[in-house]
Design a protein around this ligand. Sequence first.
Ligand code: PNS
Length: 157
Amino acid sequence: MTKVVCPGSFDPVTNGHLDIIERASRLFDEVVVAVLVNESKKGLFTIDERLELLDRATSDLPNVSTASFNGLLVDFCTDNGISAIVKGLRAVTDFDYELQMAQMNGSLTEVDTLFIPTTPEYSFLASSLVKEVAKHGGDVSRLVPDFVLTDLKAKYA
Ligand code: PNS
């Protein structure tokens, strides 16, 4: 049985994240979506809020679960019997950093990293940009699930 992780900040989850999570769920037996708890970076959404939004967004995917982690991703993988990290690649600009992380993680353990190319319609999509546009009243309705949109509007009301 192949268990993989889709790690990230997910502040908040976007349709771009969901594209990768859904495709990973078709390829692997079990997918854990893991939210990094980063003490030094205060996000817009709390970790619990991010997990709640992710749970709602993936409720139709029975082999997907959510969790949070702190410390090293490879330690989370080892502790949870996860054999691979799945990441989306939006553009070549992602590649340098993602390759570096994949190689560092590979040097620490046997956990491998697999890249899935993002669907082109989401290649520009990032949670940080969604927040910036939403903050100034721009339309992000095509970029996030409805309930994320509602919560974003509430945060910036
Ligand atoms: O959504 P993000 O912020 O791009 O996700 C980055 C994330 C969480 C995947 C990455 O920062 C990470 O794995 N952090 C955990 C700490 C760690 O293992 N660092 C070593 C990476 S080589």
